[in-house]
Design a protein. Structure first.
Ligand code: NAP
Length: 323
């Protein structure tokens, strides 16, 4: 079958480690189900994998891709929950120290087919497009947990999202606006900020700009470049929810004094449980949210998709289509 995979690890030039070509069809273990894929979106995770972050050399070749939607052999239309717990784990699978995402231990979703534990299948709502269904499993699930499980905010509160155009940021803006939160964003680029406002953000600011008032919560995925601004932007008792560090994880200042003096909460957030995945799918469907899709292109053109993500050109999700 056709697949986009890490053929090797390249810590400095991740695109050099990417191959798009033939891979063997997967075997189906007991308790797992084969899915003929229809759409699968890219995440920064796929670039980290090519650099060897979370993907050791001895596991390549590895088919990349965490997000996906498709059709099982018995004709069910499904969305995949990509967090795979270790055998015997029960409870929130994101707390399993041996959990993996598809493409870390088991082949991922940038292929004609994938196999997943049957319990990881979530029904695709009728009428939801394949492109939308194929971009919910990672960035959107992460945004859902950040905002609705970890931020401790209520409709009407103001929430700042650091960065406008990333998959997590666009998901936060669209989910928060649909839930009655007042979403503010920062961006390095004025036109990307303006696009965030079109998506439902109330206001956009230049990265690092002083805000007109402090906010109840900050959604942080940029890391070092925005950390001090996140701390400085919060009301006393406010919450930073952090899920990533695209610009690096060693900020110039840790801001420890401000964190204790203002009694801030710093909450780490990773992916979500299958229960949150189901709630996300229902919420997106019921509210008629259309996740912003930067491009939908055939799997065979995966290299173009990776290049666009790596260059930081995309706004919203880049989706690969199959079949
Ligand atoms: N913990 C988890 O479960 C989880 C799940 C999903 C993602 N993540 C992580 O979260 C991060 C975001 O992921 P993503 O998929 O949204 O992709 P992404 O492509 O890394 O997102 C780029 C975003 O970061 C902003 N940005 C990048 N560099 C910046 C800088 N130097 N200064 C200010 N803003 C900067 C961009 O904003 P503008 O271009 O608008 O300025 C854009 O919104 C990644 O590090 C990813 O690994 C973690």
């Amino acid at each position: 079958m056709l697949a986009a995979y890490a053929a090797r690890i390249d810590r400095t030039d991740p695109l050099a480690a990417l191959e798009v070509g033939d891979r063997p069809d997967p075997e189906v273990p007991d308790g797992w189900t084969r899915v003929q894929l229809r759409a699968a979106a890219l995440n920064r995770h796929d670039l980290w994998s090519l650099r060897g972050v979370g993907l050791p050399e001895d596991r390549v070749p590895m088919i990349l891709g965490c997000d996906a939607a498709g059709v099982t052999d018995d004709g069910q239309e499904v969305i995949l929950h990509t967090v795979i717990p270790s055998p015997g784990w029960s409870g929130d699978e994101t707390l399993d120290p041996r959990r993996t995402l598809l493409s870390e231990l088991h082949d991922g979703t940038f292929a004609d087919q994938v196999v997943v534990p049957t319990v990881n299948l979530v029904p695709k709502p009728e009428g939801m497009s394949w492109e939308v269904a194929g971009c919910l499993s990672t960035a959107w699930l992460t945004a859902y947990r950040m905002l609705f499980s970890n931020a401790d905010v209520s409709p009407g509160d103001t929430v700042l999202v650091q960065g406008a155009g990333g998959g997590v940021s666009t998901a936060l803006i669209q989910l928060g606006a649909a839930a009655g939160l007042r979403m503010w964003v920062t961006s390095r680029d004025e036109s990307r900020g303006a696009r965030a406002v079109e998506l439902g953000a109330e206001r956009a600011f230049a990265s690092g700009a002083r805000l007109p008032e402090r906010v109840a919560a900050v959604m942080e995925s940029v890391g070092a470049a925005t950390w001090s601004h996140s701390v400085n932007s919060l009301n006393p008792g406010g919450t930073i929810v952090i899920c990533g560090a695209t610009s690096g994880d060693a900020p110039e200042k840790a801001e420890l004094t401000k964190i204790f003096f203002k009694q801030l909460r710093v909450i780490g957030s990773t992916m979500g449980s299958i229960a949150e995945m189901r709630r996300l799918v229902n919420f997106v469907d019921r509210e008629g949210i259309s996740p912003v899709i930067d491009q939908a292109i055939p799997l065979a053109q995966a290299r173009d998709a990776f290049t666009r993500l790596a260059e930081g050109e995309s706004f919203g999700k880049i989706v690969l289509t199959m079949g």
